[in-house]
Design a protein around this ligand. Structure first.
Ligand SMILES: [Zn+2]
Length: 429
């Protein structure tokens, strides 16, 4: 494959059309290019060029649940979704709670080659919520872990959370909290409200999320450390984070594509494809989440890609696994929820899906910008395309997409990882 690419007429971050010259892994020029002899040319008229997307929150399931996903299939899905980096959550089997396991996952990502894989380290040993894991050893490993999370579970013990926040200050790490007060959500199945009452499903109150977020904001301020709030799902959570940021505290937050578009009303047919943690909530929550993402209270979009095999998902609602796939539809959902509604322009999408998550993940190199001299991690996207979502066509090993059968705008046309195409013409390169 040629090492020189000329992308003709794309609109960088939605701006005016320009030619982008990529050589030896670097963006050599945008606009007036020098010699382009020998370059492979891509006609990109009408396409948006975005800095390669960065996902702070994905479950790649390897090691341990290779029937649901592997690093190979999950990163292929990521590349097809326009991502050039994903953070892999720690709730694997074995749990990513040692330098050995995070290094293994990091190496699997390098072997697959579809995108960078940044392992998230567990906060507590075996996600047991009782003893801190070897955070320093994971930070010092070749995987260079900076984000730590027990995601899937909440670090509910306030003393342990305080210690974790204190510990990561030494290497500028961040604790990413799955905010779920365990006692308030025992047996919880669906957002506590009118729909859960009507369906007879145990309610999952928003206050179970909001109480932990409020506590952790106070703890982070108290010890002067960095808190990241995973998958914010309620209007109240947005308000608390807005308040904490107003204080100047080091708090960041993410929202998933599904929480920007889908409500708990979809659960009316008891289809477990809509069962997710935290649960889908109400139209009023969606409006607050969109507003929070637009005004920067919520820093970024993260997929919480959570693949499950059919036998774990296509069962009765009560016994089905929590989670939805999302890597291959994220940008399209963001276009539908945020761009086509006028809430974000493409430059802001580049910020919320590349620059901000890269900064929160402490990723090295200059990510999130398209300019001469930076590594050429670039996503080419056609906002005028429209198609039905068909999970059977996805590279993910699992099919549990809540967007199946829905018509969404957009199509990822190409993805470049440091000058090398991982996706061309919508297919793995
Ligand atoms: Zn979670």
């Amino acid at each position: 494959m040629s090492e020189t690419w000329l992308i003709k007429g794309a609109r960088p971050a939605g701006g005016s059309p320009a030619d982008i010259l990529i050589r030896d892994g670097i963006i050599e020029a945008i606009g007036a290019a020098g010699s382009t002899r020998g370059a492979s040319v891509i006609d990109a008229q009408g396409l948006i060029a975005l800095p390669g997307l960065v996902d702070l929150h994905a479950h790649l399931r390897e090691p341990g649940r290779e029937d649901a996903e592997t690093v190979e299939t999950g990163t292929a899905a990521a590349a097809l979704g326009g991502f050039t980096a994903v953070h892999a959550m720690a709730n694997t089997d074995p749990v990513a709670d040692t330098a050995g396991v995070v290094e293994q996952i990091w190496r699997l990502g390098q072997q697959a080659g579809h995108c960078d894989v940044h392992p998230v380290g567990a906060v507590t040993l075996g996600l047991n919520g009782r003893h801190l894991a070897e955070l320093g050893a994971m930070a010092d490993s070749p995987a260079r872990v900076r984000v730590f999370s027990d995601d899937g579970r909440c670090v509910s013990d306030a003393v342990l959370m305080r210690r974790a926040l204190e510990y990561v200050k030494a290497f500028d790490g961040v604790i990413a909290q799955h905010a779920q007060e365990p006692r308030l959500t025992e047996g919880a199945q669906l957002n506590e409200g009118e729909v859960s009452g009507r369906l007879g499903l145990t309610g999952w109150p928003a206050v179970a999320e909001e109480a932990i977020i409020a506590r952790d904001c106070l703890l982070a301020a108290h010890v002067g450390s960095a808190l990241h709030v995973c998958h914010v799902s309620s209007a109240g959570s947005v308000e608390i984070i807005r308040w904490a940021k107003g204080k100047g505290w080091r708090v960041t937050a993410e929202v998933t594509p599904h929480h920007l578009l889908l409500t708990d009303a979809l659960a009316a047919g008891y289809d477990p494809v809509y069962k997710v943690n935290p649960p889908l909530r109400t139209a009023a929550d969606i409006a607050a989440l969109r507003e929070g993402l637009a005004d920067g209270t919520i820093d970024c979009v993260a997929t919480d890609h959570a693949p499950h095999p059919a036998e774990d998902k296509e069962t009765e609602w009560d016994t089905a696994a929590f989670g939805m796939t999302g890597l291959e539809t994220a940008l399209r959902v963001v276009q539908q929820a945020m761009v086509d509604t006028g809430l974000l322009d493409w430059a802001a999408v580049a910020d919320r899906m590349s620059a901000r998550p890269a900064a929160i993940g402490r990723l090295p190199g200059r990510r999130g910008t398209l300019e001469a001299g930076v590594p050429a991690s670039v996503t080419l996207y056609d906002p005028a395309a429209r198609s039905l979502v068909d999970p059977a066509l996805h590279a993910s090993r699992s099919r549990n997409s809540p967007f199946a059968g829905l018509e969404l705008p957009g199509r990822v046309v190409a993805t470049f990882l440091r000058g090398r195409p991982t996706v061309l013409d919508g297919k793995l390169a």
